[in-house]
Write a protein that binds this ligand. Structure first.
Ligand SMILES: Cc1cc2nc3c(=O)[nH]c(=O)nc-3n(C[C@H](O)[C@H](O)[C@H](O)COP(=O)(O)O)c2cc1C
Length: 200
């Protein structure tokens, strides 16, 4: 069983995340990049959904979505989020908490244009999280946008793009026998990251 290093007070959580993420990619887990994004509504009601991690580095963890969706509205109102990964074969969980910001327009452009044309048209056709009458209504929107952009590039919709979660707390959980799991919580302040071992 793979284990995180013992906390010394100097470890870099991004390095550990990268190690674990690569091991998850190599483990055969389907969609190791899927993660639950939790947000909070104006009334304090929490909500969560799965999205795909598309980029990560020391600046944060990025996913793409419709800015008008429920999550988009909640994150714009309360720009704090929690991301959760569960890599079951490895008995691992990672929880990432922090402030949220939209990525730059250029970064969203770059990612949008790397997607297949079908997904680009789909982004235009879906008013994500809105009520629609039936499947046909969605398919009509798809045909309409296919025609509209026929023969040219599909532009980035202004209501679509990335969010970056800038972590100030990352917890790594490694399952162990007898429920005596290892938990390492990294928290950041002006001086940098510190790590604590938490009771399972
Ligand atoms: C495996 C998986 C990956 C998904 N990836 C994304 C994604 O990257 N972006 C996205 O907007 N929705 C993604 N979804 C759909 C979301 O879970 C969700 O239904 C949608 O974003 C609307 O959420 P909201 O109404 O809470 O805003 C994914 C769903 C699954 C099951």
């Amino acid at each position: 069983m793979l284990s995180p290093p013992e906390p010394t007070g100097t470890e870099d959580p991004f390095e550990l995340f990268e190690t674990w993420f690569k091991q998850a990619e190599q483990s055969g887990i389907v969609l190791p990049e899927s993660m639950t994004v939790s947000s909070v509504g104006e009334d304090g009601r929490p909500s969560a959904r799965v999205v795909l991690l598309k980029e990560y580095d020391e600046k944060g963890f990025v996913f793409y979505t419709n800015y008008g969706s429920r999550k988009g509205q909640e994150l714009d109102t309360h720009p704090l989020a929690c991301l959760t990964f569960h890599w079951n074969i490895l008995q691992r969980q990672v929880r990432i908490e922090g402030r949220v910001e939209r990525v730059s327009h250029q970064q969203s452009e770059n990612y949008f244009h790397s997607r297949g044309r079908g997904s680009q048209v789909g982004a235009w056709a879906s008013h994500q999280s809105q009520v629609i009458a039936n499947r046909e209504a969605l398919e009509q929107q798809v045909s309409m946008y296919k025609d509209k952009f026929a023969g040219g590039e599909v532009p980035l919709p202004e209501f679509w793009g990335g969010y970056r979660v800038i972590p100030d707390c990352i917890e790594f959980w490694q399952g162990k026998a007898d429920r005596l799991h290892d938990r390492f919580r990294y928290t950041s302040d002006a001086k940098g990251w510190k790590v604590d071992r938490l009771s399972p």
